[in-house]
Design a protein around this ligand. Structure first.
Ligand code: HEM
Length: 316
């Protein structure tokens, strides 16, 4: 027997001894098992059976699958965020490389949003959307999770209530004042809509737990806890700024433009499926959602989503 094989057998023996398992049985298992194939690894059968339309309009498939692609990329983003948050020896190099991955995923989402804006027949959209009421992307829990993992809660609180909330505020109270609560309330009566109530029944508890978990290890906290010389690394600052921009301006504007195309089509002013005052709510200059405020100048913050719609200044 080749020495390299004997060495491996010895290591396997140690591995299975350590957990009280019989090596011979495991080797037999290896002998009889089928070699893995592409579809076993990618789980194509499960993945490609998740596209269930509610109507017969072909473009509903575009809408459905693009949302599913978004959710998969959201999952990839959360995966990378966790690598940063749980890294106890964070270096500028690691931070920049993982922020780069997240930005690439979000850039891909922003740059592909024309799949929505250009890629569906307006007449079909206006029909199949009726079967989706009152569901809305607003109910994407992963999108909310990305925000919670990115920044301190105060930066996600509705501007009108920021002065009344600080680090000692109970999570539940902060939750009730997150910026997106505004879109989940009937903007005439202030009452929570069915869309928000359903969302909270399913996700409120787990979101509260996540708020607690990431309270001191979100991306912004990890950045602020670095030594000054690392915090001042220009590459790191630009990576943070890029991420803030791509999520909170670029994606938001692509999303808003798609919404305008369909909901304002044919001179109509259609209500959003979620029922929000969407034209105001969806604009970055209204929400002023900024994950990393220390990384922007006063002027850039004041003009958020007004002067920097197409790009932002790269620091040198
Ligand atoms: C034609 C395509 C789309 C239209 C017309 C549209 C429209 C809207 C509108 C009007 C809202 C405001 C809340 C409401 O009242 O429903 C909203 C929220 C939202 N949508 Fe979309 N959307 C589209 C595609 C997408 C896609 C592909 C995603 C990806 C998952 C998405 C994710 C979201 C999220 C995360 C929110 C909440 C954003 C926030 O709170 O700022 N949407 N959408």
């Amino acid at each position: 027997m080749k020495k390299s094989i004997a060495d491996r057998i010895e290591k396997l023996q140690e591995k299975y001894d350590a957990i009280g398992q019989d090596l011979e049985t495991h080797l037999d298992g290896l002998l009889y098992s089928k070699p893995i194939r592409y579809w076993d690894f990618v789980q194509t059968d499960a993945l490609l059976n998740l596209q269930i339309q509610r109507t017969e309009f072909p473009d509903e498939m575009v809408f459905l699958m693009y949302h599913q692609i978004n959710e998969l990329l959201f999952k990839m983003i959360l995966w990378e965020m966790k690598q940063i948050s749980y890294n106890e020896n964070l270096t500028a190099e690691f931070f920049i490389s993982r922020l780069g991955r997240i930005s690439r995923y979000f850039d891909a989402l922003s740059n592909s949003f024309n799949v929505m804006e250009e890629g569906m027949d307006v007449a079909q959209y206006l029909k199949f959307r009726d079967t989706l009421t009152p569901a809305s992307g607003f109910q994407s829990a992963q999108y909310r999770m990305i925000e919670i993992c990115a920044t301190d809660l105060i930066n996600l609180i509705d501007y009108r209530f920021r002065k009344t909330i600080d680090r000692n505020t109970p999570f539940e109270h902060a939750f009730e004042h997150l910026y997106w609560q505004a879109a989940g309330k009937d903007y005439k009566t202030g009452k929570k809509t069915y869309l928000l109530k359903e969302f909270e029944t399913k996700y409120k508890d787990s979101l509260l737990r996540l708020m607690q978990e990431y309270n001191e290890i979100n991306l912004y906290d990890k950045y602020k806890s670095l030594p000054e010389n690392v915090r001042n690394d220009i590459g790191l600052k630009n990576a943070m700024r890029h991420l803030d921009y791509t999520i909170n301006i670029s994606w938001v504007m692509h999303h808003y433009n798609a919404a305008c195309k369909y909901l304002l089509s044919e001179g109509e002013n259609t209500e959003a499926t979620g029922g929000s005052d969407w034209q105001k709510y969806m604009l970055p200059r209204y929400q002023k959602r900024i994950f990393f405020p220390d990384l922007w100048s006063k002027d850039e913050i004041e003009n958020w989503g007004i002067t920097n719609l197409k790009s932002y200044k790269i620091l040198e």
